[in-house]
Design a protein around this ligand. Structure first.
Ligand SMILES: [Zn+2]
Length: 86
């Protein structure tokens, strides 16, 4: 059928209606935890994870509008425990 990705695997969650005995039948993506989760069981968005993505997202905020890139990068490094250099 068009529009359905055959590369995606079945979601590994169990449905609440079956009291967690029947597997979810949606197709899902591989997550960081190593499980396949569909769009209904994946949870909320993690937001930008790379340092450039965080920089671009913070540039849109009014409090960082007139700040330099170095200032924003220092703020990211100061406020986050874990970040990815990319
Ligand atoms: Zn699911």
């Amino acid at each position: 059928m068009p529009g359905r990705n055959k590369l995606l695997k079945q979601c590994e969650s169990y449905t609440r209606g079956s009291r967690f005995t029947v597997r979810c039948r949606c197709k899902g993506n591989l997550m960081k935890t190593g499980h396949y989760r569909c769009k209904y069981h994946a949870g909320m968005s993690t937001g930008p994870t790379s340092i450039t993505g965080q920089l671009n997202s913070l540039k849109n905020l009014p409090q960082y509008k007139n700040k330099t890139d170095e200032y924003i990068l220092n703020a990211i490094r100061k406020n986050r425990k874990y970040y990815r250099e990319a």
